[in-house]
Each structure stands twice: as structure tokens, then as C-alpha cells.
Ligand binder design. Sequence first.
Ligand SMILES: Nc1nc2c(c(=O)[nH]1)N[C@H]1C(S)=C(S)[C@@H](COP(=O)(O)OP(=O)(O)OC[C@H]3O[C@@H](n4cnc5c(=O)[nH]c(N)nc54)[C@H](O)[C@@H]3O)O[C@H]1N2
Ligand SMILES: Nc1nc2c(c(=O)[nH]1)N[C@H]1C(S)=C(S)[C@@H](COP(=O)(O)OP(=O)(O)OC[C@H]3O[C@@H](n4cnc5c(=O)[nH]c(N)nc54)[C@H](O)[C@@H]3O)O[C@H]1N2
Ligand code: SF4
Ligand SMILES: [Mo]
Length: 906
Amino acid sequence: MDAITVNTSDLLPLRTTCPYCGVGCGVLASPGRVERTAGCRPVSGDPAHPANAGRLCVKGASLHETTGSDSNLRFPRVLGSRVNWDRALDEVTGAIREAMEHHGPGSVGFYLSGQLLTEDYYVANKLAKGFIGTPHVDTNSRLCMSSAVAAHKRAFGEDVVPGCYEDLELADLLVLAGSNTAWNHPVLYQRMKAADRPGRRVVVVDPRRTATAELADLHLAIRPGSDTLLFNGLLVWLADTGAVDDAWVSAHCNGFDDALASARVSAFAPQKVAEACDLTVDEVVTFYRWFAETPRSVTAFSQGINQSVAGTDKGNAIINCHLATGRVGKPGASPFSLTGQPNAMGGREVGGLANTLAAHMDYDTPGARGAVADFWGTDRLPQAPGHKAVDLFDAVHRGEIKVLWIMGTNPAVSLPDSERIREAMARCPVVIVSDCVSHTDTTALADIQLPARGWGEKEGTVTNSERCISRQRAFLPPTGEARADWQILAEVGKRLGYREAFRWRSPAAVFREHARLSALDNHGTRQFNLSGLADITDEGYDLLEPTRWPITARQPGGSRRLFGDGRFSTPDGRARFIPVRATALDQTVVGPGRMRLNTGRIRDQWHTMTRTARAPRLVQHRPEPFVDMHPDDLPALGITEGELVSLGNERGGLFTGRVRAEPGQRQGEVFVPIHWSHQFTGQGLASALISPVTDPISGQPDSKNGFVTVMPLPARWHARLLRPRGAARGWQADYHTLVPQDHCDTWYLAGKQPEDWHRNITRWLGGAPDLVLEDSATGTYRAARIRQGQLDGVLLVAREASRLPDPTWLASLFDGRSLSRQERRGLLAAWHVAVEDIGAVVCSCFGIGDKQISAAIEAGAVTVEALGQRLRCGTNCGSCIPELKASIGKNLPPSNSLPRNKQSGR
Ligand SMILES: Nc1nc2c(c(=O)[nH]1)N[C@H]1C(S)=C(S)[C@@H](COP(=O)(O)OP(=O)(O)OC[C@H]3O[C@@H](n4cnc5c(=O)[nH]c(N)nc54)[C@H](O)[C@@H]3O)O[C@H]1N2
Ligand SMILES: Nc1nc2c(c(=O)[nH]1)N[C@H]1C(S)=C(S)[C@@H](COP(=O)(O)OP(=O)(O)OC[C@H]3O[C@@H](n4cnc5c(=O)[nH]c(N)nc54)[C@H](O)[C@@H]3O)O[C@H]1N2
Ligand code: SF4
Ligand SMILES: [Mo]
């Protein structure tokens, strides 16, 4: 059944698409070693791709470091044991059939992902809704884009992004609302930056001063959650200053008066907006003036808008302002939802969300159920929408879902209230997980693990934020026995007895069917239309150039912009203003110890780190889970930067990370990253602190909003443990984080109880140490273990984290070399001892000998401080200082003679 043949001997770079963010950059890639764990050669940006024109960000540029990994899932497993595919597919099919028979089709649930390819997604949706007949199919896009989807549908009648990337450059006013583009859509950010010109302005709306704010002419550090008010106020301002495009509004829109009246209820004057949003009047008026006077305005928005109890309303508050000014789908003038995942858009196209059916048709779209059922040749379509993600896992928890199939997402980490999600999965009779990585927090809870082909191993298409469909192409052999997701799903469909419906021979055949369905009963009623590709040949599919949908006979080359002509996808063709009210702002008092929580992304990691943490260079930027706090919040908590704190919430969620003093934070608010899982740390799950509260319209969780108690972690010791990669997985301590490096794993550790290092050192190092240094007075302990001449482990312990030596040099010694004499001598100092003869070691912490000290004194380092600066001696535990002083007295050249009392350094 293998439809994909990979010509691994062909080393010419092949054009494919980055599997990370929704920018959807074109990538040139080629296989490297063709061995058991074949990786790929360094990748580069595809100069011919319209999204990036050759650019890549650091994640894209590190793709080759993440492929062909030993930690990929290689074989199917049932209850932990390796099985062959036949057995695994029988188990899956048997479990689904049994659940259908005994509990009805609704007892089977699917949880999909915006990281599946469109072909995978199409087959999953067809299998689940069309043939198993369960409506309970949702996707991680629920956590990501569903508020934008709902806002688009309310306003435009269809989930359509009207603009294209060029608009972000053409705009004379670019508003970035709740989007940290510099880190999360980096290539778009590069394009925005390059478009900087006199007269162009950028406004960033974000409670935090992020890297993106560097580009801003105006940064509105708004009170979290107050965006609706800000944009309602803008609508009122536009109306009151005569900036509304009355002719356009009356020709193309409905509902303006109601929306304006609703906006006036909460936000009639900039003063009031300023007060409620925690801005100055000047800031608000400046923003409003700029928007009113700039015809070419784009408002790009992302998770600061979507992930909210009022995410849909926030989206519509933004769209209302664009409708009022006729700035929709015109060059440099549009609202612009930035999608997160590489194929969030493709998933929406196939209908992967629980409330949609297929191909931009909903359950309640007139005639859609019948037409789709006929098209698929089924009579099993569910009657009505199923559970959205948070509700789906609630249903799992209640025992209503007997078989849950999770594909391409890691809900144990990413869904709110993660402990309860884990509990739900543990209770579920059969959990099937398709992933390309073997150890994730979700695969750990799987009864059946199915190895999916990953990036570089599979063929298909993705759609980026500007509706551009690009090919992902295979250029690596699959890992182990991994299969493409669509193949696995199709095989289950056949085994369930639906041979005809699932008999595609290639992803191209799946794509053709998907394209045909998009054209079904589509007489211009739905913009999503791929009829121009419905008959694409296999060769045409192989060569498919990046193209923006709709792609029809009239527009075979695709479409840059939509709705610019004022015709929308609503029954009457008119856009809808949506009356939105600002939600009452949370009055919870924050103060020392009780703070508001915000969560989000960092530059170099992708979500739950299953792939990006394989590239050591991506780990260095932020090696540990952290807690960003305003510097002025630290003293009241008795915390200094670099210490560990735990954040807790009332439901028992806990997050431990290292404090960063971040002046870009608002006071009273903390920010934590979403990336760390139990694979890398003990308690570093942002989702553990988030309540499962959702937007009533979209069902999207309020992931940017929590309240936490901040508690310093009273650590008695801090340590770094270095072991060969993979040698010491699963270390537990009150605080522990695994930092993968090129040749070793470094564990950052801390404990609340004193540790008996002597007794337990063999446990830490996996055997008896060969070198030990201990100073109980200062709490210093260091030990190293050498096996067959090679370094096998080093443990460095100190009372304070700041007193631990930098382990970079030690980490470099794990590259398989036999240690030289100097290297051995430097081990416990964590310091490369370059001089062959250093004399007797004086400073043990840094391995500094008396000959080095004498030479430094002769060269002018005549105080303890100066010696410390030059050689680092005496700067850690300080127990060698008396000896250093003695050396100074002994070696001081006569010309440098100082009065005795001035020689002491401390
Ligand atoms: N490096 C990296 N890039 C990624 C990803 C990744 O994991 N890593 N993931 C991708 C995915 S799936 C997505 S969805 C995107 C997300 O891309 P973004 O939306 O840019 O990402 P976040 O960091 O989650 O949140 C954006 C900002 O919203 C702000 N915010 C919080 N509350 C509010 C509020 O009430 N109002 C406003 N206006 N802003 C608020 C936060 O402070 C944060 O800076 O990134 C994509 N790109
Ligand atoms: N608190 C908080 N929570 C959040 C967010 C937030 O900002 N704050 N953001 C939310 C958002 S926007 C998102 S998108 C989610 C992301 O959260 P997740 O989707 O849970 O995170 P990923 O790590 O991207 O999970 C993708 C999984 O798919 C696997 N995979 C990769 N390629 C393939 C493939 O081809 N096939 C298969 N079968 N598997 C594959 C990966 O190894 C990985 O295990 O997190 C959400 N959760
Ligand atoms: S900007 Fe996004 S799509 Fe482009 S290389 Fe970076 S992660 Fe990949
Ligand atoms: Mo996302």
C-alpha cells in the first residue's frame, strides 16, 4: 500500500514547506545520510515561495537537526508491546466496532490537529463523521483559531481571511493585536520590518512589551482582556469623527446601527476607554486618530485576541472597525487573523472542527448534510455538531467516550486543567495516539500507539495564513515502520467494511476528492473552492506551485484578496456588523503573592517541544521554564532574579520556573511559557494553571488568563547533573529540568531537603565517582565519573544557583573523546585547564594552581579581586582566599609593594 517512493539517492534539494508556524515558508531540503536513522542536510529557504522568498527563522533553519531521530516512534505498540501493523489495525478497528455496537457511534471520539496535512485531515473527517458516524471530532485548532473562525463566520458568512501577506507590507498603519509576531511568525515579522518606511506606523496591542513591540510606533500595554472595549471605542470614534465610509456600509453591510449602539454602551469616550484599558488618553486618541486617517490599515490578530472567554467578540470588534471603514480585502486594508499552526487553515477547509461538517459547510447549511452524504456515499452522517475540545475531554472523563483517537497533538500538555485531561485519558477504555515521537505526555497514556510519518517522510498539502496551499514533499525514508496518517485512517476505514470509500492509492487522489467536494453545490456561495484542482493529475500534484484559494476555472492561479468587491458569503451577500459588549473586567485584586497569569510562546520552541528540543541550539535561548515578572514586583515577594518560584492555583495546579525580571511585564502580572512538559521538567505545565473556561460562541479556552499564588521555592541546594544523552531520564527532584545538549543531557536540579551526597552519589552518576570534591562548610559538592577513559557523569552542587559554575566546557567533553590529563584535572573545576603545569591546585572550584596564580600576580593582578577576575579563583566558595593572599604577599614584585592592609581583597 506504500504509495510514496522516496528517491534517497537524489541529493538535489527538494521544495517543501516548513512544518511549524502558519507563515508556511517554503523550504529546500535534501536527505543526508541514508542509514537507519537518516537525517537531512541543512535546509534553506525556498527563494521561489511567496511566503518567505528564501527567508527562514531559526526554527525553520534548524529543521535538519530534528529529523531522523532515534526517539521517533518506530513501530506500532499495543499496551506497550511492539506489534505488527496488522495486529495494531485490528485492535483499532475492533475497539471502534465494539464501541459503535455497544454504545453507539457517539462513543468514539477523535481529537485532531492543525499539524496534520490536509489529506490526513480529510480522511479523518470522512472516516469519523461520514462512516463511523460520530459527531465528536474536534481539533487543537479549537485552542488556537476557533474564535477567529467564529468571528469570520458571523461577519462574512464564511471562515475566510480576506487579505494576503503583501497587505501587511502595503499597510500604512499596521495594528498587531495580541500577536507576538517577532517570535511566533518570525518571517512575517521580517517582512513587516523590511516594509518600514516614512509615514508607515505600527501599533502593538499587548499587555506585555514583547520583542514585537520593538517595531511599534505605539505600544498599547492594555489591561488583559480589554480589547473589545478598545475597539468598540474605536468604532464610536470613527462614527463621531465622520470617518465611517457610509456609502460602503450602506451598500455592503447590515447591522451598523446596532453595533454602534452596543459599542456606545461601554465605550463612548476615549477617557473612559483609557481608564478601563489602563492606558493614557493620549495613547488611545493617538491610536484612534491614526486608524481614522489611514485608509490603508491592517489589523493582524492572534492568540491575545482568540484565547479568551470573549475571543469571538474581540474578533468581531476588530472586524466591525474594518467594515465601518470599508477596509476589507483591499490592498493594504483588511482585518487579518494570523493562523498559528502550519495547517490550521487546511483543517478548517476539510471541516475538522466539531461544529463544521466538511468543505466550509456546516451541519445547518441548507442542503449540506444530504449533499455530503451523497458525495461520500454514506447514510451515517451525524445529525448535529459534536463536542468541542474541552467538552470532548469532559465527555471522556464522564465515561461517554469509549474510544478516543488522538492524532498530531499533545492534549496532556496543551489543554487547560491538564491534570483533569490526564485523568480523563487514564479513565478512557481505549486511547489511540498517532504520533511520530515515542515519548510524549500523551503517548504515555496511550493504549495503542501508532507511528506516524513525520515531516520529510510524508506527502501532502498545507494551507498557510494567507490561504496559500503548498506541498509538503517526502525526501527521507520513513522511520521504522511509520505510515502516513491518511494511510492509517484509510486502512481502518477499509477494515470497518467501507472499502470503496477509502480506496485512494495516493495523497493526490485524496486531494482530488477534497477539491471536488469543495465544489459541491458551490455556485459562488462558498469562497472556499478548489474546483480548479479537482482533476489535477498525479504529476500536476507533484509539481503544484504554492497557490492561494479560491482556485477555480475563472481564477486558475488563485486569488490574493477576497470580499474587496463588497460581496460576502452571507445569504444576501452583505457583511454583518456584530453588536458586541465589552465583558466586565475582572476586578480580582492582585498584589504581592497573588498575580494575574498570562501564557504564551518563546522564540525557539515549538509547542510541547517534541521536535524543537532535539536541536540543542534551540534550547539555549531559554533552557528552563521561567516566570517573567516586573522587577518592582520582586522585592515584595522577597525574590531575586534567578531564583525558583512556584505558581499555584486553587485547583491544585503548580508550575515551577526560574524568575526573570522583565520590565516589559505589567506589574501584578506574570507570564509563563507553554512549552515544557513532563518529558523535560517536573512541574512546568502552563496548562495546569489554566481553568477550562471557554468562549461561549467558539468554545476556545481562556488560555491567556489565570490567577496564581506566587511562592518562592525554598531550595537548600542547586545542582547541575551532566550525563550522556538519554542516560538519566526520569530524574526527580523538587525542581528538575532536562536541557538536551549536543553531546549530553544537562539536568538543572534543586532540592528543599539537604541531600546526603556521599551516600547517594552512585545513584546520581550511575556508578561510583572517580573524582570528588566536597566542602560542607560552603555546601559545595562536586563529583565526576569516568568510564573507559571517557566522561560518564558530572555532578556540581552549590547552596545558591548563582554559585554553580558554567557547565558549557564540561558538556563539550561528552563527545566521545578520551579525556586528556588536563581535562581530567579540570573536571571538578568545570574549567579547562590549559596549562600543562599549573602547580599545586589552590582554588579547587576552578582548578587554579599556584603557578598560574604566581604568573597572574607578576602580570599585575595584585589583589584577590583582580586574581578572581582573571582566573576566577576565589570567586566561588572563597575558601582559598587566605592562600591567595599569601601568594600575593610572596610574589608581589618590589615595585608594586603596597601597604600590607591594602593587599587583602575581602
Ligand atoms: N516560536 C513559536 N512560534 C509559534 C508557535 C510556537 O509554539 N513557537 N506556535 C504557533 C501557533 S500554533 C500559534 S497559535 C501562534 C500564536 O502566536 P501569538 O498569538 O503571537 O502567540 P502567544 O505568545 O501565544 O500570544 C501572543 C500575545 O498575546 C498577548 N496577550 C495576552 N493576553 C492578551 C490580551 O488580553 N489582549 C491582547 N491584545 N494581547 C494579549 C500575550 O502577552 C502574547 O504576547 O504562534 C505560532 N508560532
Ligand atoms: N496555556 C496555553 N495553552 C495553550 C496555548 C496557549 O497559548 N496557552 N496555545 C494553544 C494552541 S494555539 C495550540 S495550537 C496548542 C498546541 O498544542 P499541541 O498540538 O498539543 O502541541 P504540539 O507539541 O504541537 O503537538 C503536536 C504533536 O504531534 C506530533 N506530530 C508532529 N507531526 C506529526 C504528524 O505528521 N502526524 C502525527 N500523527 N503526529 C505528528 C508531535 O510530535 C506532537 O506530539 O496549544 C494550545 N494550548
Ligand atoms: S516563520 Fe514559521 S514557517 Fe517560516 S521558517 Fe519560521 S517557523 Fe517555519
Ligand atoms: Mo495555535
